[in-house]
Ligand binder design. Sequence first.
Ligand SMILES: [Zn+2]
Length: 306
Amino acid sequence: MQHGEGRIAGAADIGGTNTRVGLIREDGKIVRIEKFPTPVSGNAEDIPLAIARALMDIAGDIPLAGLGIAAAGPLNIREGILDHPPNIPFDFVPIVAPLKEATNLPVIFQNDCRAAVLGEVCAGGARGYETVVYITISTGIGGGICTNGKVITGRGGNAGEIGHFPVDTTYNLTCTCGLSGHWEGYASGRGIPFFFREWCTAHDLPCIYSTTPEILRFSATDPRYAGFRDALAQVNGRGLSSVIVAYDPDCIILDGTVIQRNPDLLDQALVYTDRYLDLPPCIFSPLNGDAPLIGAAMAVFHPKMI
Ligand SMILES: [Zn+2]
């Protein structure tokens, strides 16, 4: 296989539905990507073994510098396991030990949002910035922070769980974590339908839309529901304000299907974003949803950054 110049790492991004694997060059360029359904019906060990098989298949005789693995938190990077993952029906999924044993390669394991910020800093929209916050607004809301060439990991690899910043005390929606008032519970792809329903009840309007794409599309054009857009903008503005005062970033990278497909959500949120600290540039990720996968590989080439 032609793969150009430079070293190549294997990478995987483990999702609840699909796992994506890829070969990534040191400069962040993708050599090849494949995906397969995450095996959730047998044993937990099937997941790392399927990753090892898929990566060895696509690598063929290409020598790999190592493997970088990203998965949604919470995870335990010290033990190299997924610990009660929210979207995979196993209590624990061993990752690092079985992958090392199956491939004889070094394995670096990270939370997907921490991997994504590394991908943006090394090969995406955040090149050249010193303190960077990556925010994904997708099914959930997550974040990754990199400052002076180092990703903030925290005790267990879970620092930057910005989706659980408190943003509201009026509607008290329950978040996926079980607590109430958190950003993810209102403005994520999963949270928006619940927020919309509560907002409609509070404003005596029929809740005629039920999916996040419908709600976002019609609330942008149906004047009866324009107030929902405003309520959502306030929540997003509070989330962004908290990010800015917590990390004072030079640059914020926005990613995730909800915000990428509805970029007007950013303009609306910025109206409600506090200006206590200067607003940094807010840039949409140029990596087409591949930031976690590319960043997982970058950790192999730049281990001192994590
Ligand atoms: Zn929460």
